[in-house]
Write a protein that binds this ligand. Structure first.
Ligand SMILES: CC(C)(COP(=O)(O)OP(=O)(O)OC[C@H]1O[C@@H](n2cnc3c(N)ncnc32)[C@H](O)[C@@H]1OP(=O)(O)O)[C@@H](O)C(=O)NCCC(=O)NCCS
Length: 230
């Protein structure tokens, strides 16, 4: 039987496909303040939990369209901040104590986020804008080992994206990457190292191609007086 919090969601959004196996899994949201939309009758939104003591939080104004939340493991948490929109996307926790946190007002056209291996984290700040074909991962999903001893040399690592970051089409973010506030990641980039704030990053591997910039959702924003440093 579905836990109460998930069953309540299904009453308001009957097209949703929800499967929950395990104990003490909870969904926290105001079911009247979030939306699950579908592009066509054939498309779907799903929530799947296999494990125990997991939490899914969708804050007010959150919208999922043709998207999937998947938890494989226990003590995990997915948080979608207020007014965050997820379209044609999948967030997957695979491991115990995994966390994916997305801030408020972030828009995602199509992304896959894989938070894999115990205790790993993907954190994305407020007001980010992700295009289509984004892939963010904390693990390589297979081991690279030394020939001599068989020791693994590619451990899983957290990914932290700052606030107001724009990712162009087909950007990939590798394990262990931190991206500073206000950055733009050029289309097709593969980011493998940390990125400071207010840069444009491009290429594979991604490198700084512009500094001292940020971006606007509006195509022709009004120029303003230079910011004074403090
Ligand atoms: C990030 C982006 C906006 C930067 O545009 P820009 O600031 O006008 O950059 P420029 O065209 O002046 O290029 C600056 C440098 O970066 C390089 N560059 C630009 N795009 C690049 C890319 N995708 N990968 C690698 N290098 C790139 C240019 O060759 C140039 O190098 P140079 O200085 O050695 O000549 C643009 O590259 C981009 O990705 N556009 C697509 C955005 C997108 O996906 N939109 C979908 C809707 S959300």
């Amino acid at each position: 039987m579905l836990p109460d919090s998930f069953a309540k969601l299904l009453e308001v959004w009957p097209d949703l496909i929800i499967e929950v196996n395990g104990d003490d899994n909870v969904l926290r949201c105001d079911v009247e303040q979030i939306q699950f939309l579908r592009h066509s009758p054939a498309s779907k939104n799903t929530i799947t939990v296999n494990g125990s003591h997991n939490e899914i939080v969708i804050e007010d104004g959150g919208t999922l369209r043709d998207s999937h939340l998947i938890v494989e493991g226990s003590h995990g948490k997915i948080t979608l901040g207020a007014k965050t929109r997820l379209r044609m996307s999948a967030i997957k926790l695979r491991g115990n104590h995994c966390l994916v946190e997305i801030g408020k007002d972030t828009t995602i056209e199509s992304a896959k986020m894989l938070c894999q291996e115990d205790g790993r984290l993907i954190r994305i700040g407020d007001d980010c804008m992700f295009s289509e074909g984004i892939f963010i991962r904390t693990s390589d999903s297979h081991a690279i080992v030394t020939v001599d001893t068989g020791e693994r040399i590619n451990p899983a690592r957290d990914v932290v994206i700052g606030r107001h970051v724009w990712m162009g089409r087909d950007v990939k973010i590798n394990k262990g990457v931190s991206i500073g506030d206000g950055c733009v990641i050029a289309h097709g980039s593969v980011v493998v190292k940390d990125v400071p704030a207010n840069c444009v990053i491009g290429g594979n591997p991604g490198r700084v191609i512009k500094e001292g910039v940020t971006w606007s959702r509006a195509l022709n924003p009004q120029p303003r007086a230079p910011l004074k440093s403090v």
